[in-house]
Design a protein around this ligand. Sequence first.
Ligand code: FAD
Length: 445
Amino acid sequence: MKTKIANWGNYPVIESKEERFVFADQLDTLIKDQQPFIARGNGRCYGDASLSARTISTLKFDKVLSFNADAGFFECQSGITLDQILAVIVPKGWFLPVTPGTKFITIGGALASDVHGKNHHVDGSISNHVIEFDMVLASDEVVTCSPVNNSELFEATCGGMGLTGVITRVKFRLKKIETSLIRQKQVKAANLQELIELFDTYKDYTYSVAWIDCLKKGAHFGRSILILGEHATIAEVNENQRSNPLALPVNKQIVFPINMPGWVLNKFTVKAFNFLYYAKNLKKEINNIVSYEPFFYPLDKVLHWNRLYGKKGFVQYQFVLPLNARQGLVEIMNRISDEGLGSFLAVLKVFGKQESMISFPKEGYTLALDFPIRKGLLDFLDELDELVLKYNGRLYMSKDARMKPQMLTGGYPELEKFKSIIKRYNPDGKIRSVQSDRLLLTEIK
Ligand SMILES: Cc1cc2nc3c(=O)[nH]c(=O)nc-3n(C[C@H](O)[C@H](O)[C@H](O)COP(=O)(O)OP(=O)(O)OC[C@H]3O[C@@H](n4cnc5c(N)ncnc54)[C@H](O)[C@@H]3O)c2cc1C
């Protein structure tokens, strides 16, 4: 039976036959079926990367296979979520080596997007910490890939948006922690120039990210808060916290119950931003110890916050520009602000060096903005694409729902190599998504 499904941006919505598996031999049967499909984790990519007329959900394939709590190795099935992994590893003094801004994603989805976190400039992306993974190919063959074994397939799968096969098992290294708390520093920046200088001043911090208020113009254009963090040591926490230093956070989540009408958005979003991230912070700098949840996952506290954008949904536009293209960042932000279609919030991060075949990160500035779907938006984003290409940047496929094939070609120098690997391992385009068809990665000739 087909049902309507969408990813986090609620755009696009498609009809799909969603199939699940618990055991490897059930997956085998699903893959032998001639109908094209795409693997789907928790649908937290924003656009159409895990949408297809037939989807194979990994969510029931979610077992821990081994955990070496002395050496910090973790091995699991691909459908387990980061949330479930944290519940096992944190009490034993370990943390994820890399985590995106939500813990409600699967490890298979993390690898297929090669996710980055606030520590990219120090620790790289998730694939830098993977020892090996197993994958079932379109031919139904099972292969084990690592940086040295089937290395080309390894690279094409990390960030390859599920087009090389279904990842089934992942083994990766963890990060040692003394406490589950974070020593956090928040510094206000009056404008974009100051923010960029602050990123430089604090480049030795392991975790860094900035929230920018896009409503401000003139001298306060780009006013923002830089949020920095380190895993707190035992010596840094108070008596109370020291009694149970590896405690898991207590979850009190708020659920956003319905899709909001469009007009609520402006007022709500701006106020939420001003309150949470700016006006509340009266001081130039705040230093405190916080639980890892609000630090890494501030948005997870409000479940289904994507409903805030209403029934039509939204797209997230995330690009990266090289470090020498600061002017491009200013130009793009100005263009957005002038257009009045702008995102109220933008998240800025500086990536460290990364050379990959198809993964998104590369050294430079990455900015992510939400745009609610409305008239004229798609044309406007095509215009922004031109600016991103002009400054030698590219877009994140995991957030994409609308870019044109030439944007992908312009942004990813190794795209032809990636395409040739898809052709080798997925020759008939049996593994395909709405996105891969749109971007001509799996077109049938
Ligand atoms: C609030 C929020 C914050 C975010 N912050 C960040 C961030 O800071 N950094 C970042 O990098 N990303 C971020 N993301 C994006 C998110 O981390 C990625 O989109 C991730 O891939 C979603 O994983 P998922 O399990 O939901 O997979 P899905 O969304 O279902 O699928 C994503 C891709 O992975 C493929 N896939 C899934 N499982 C498998 C599998 N087993 N085998 C092969 N392919 C598979 C799918 O085909 C699809 O191409 C954020 C998303 C949200 C909603």
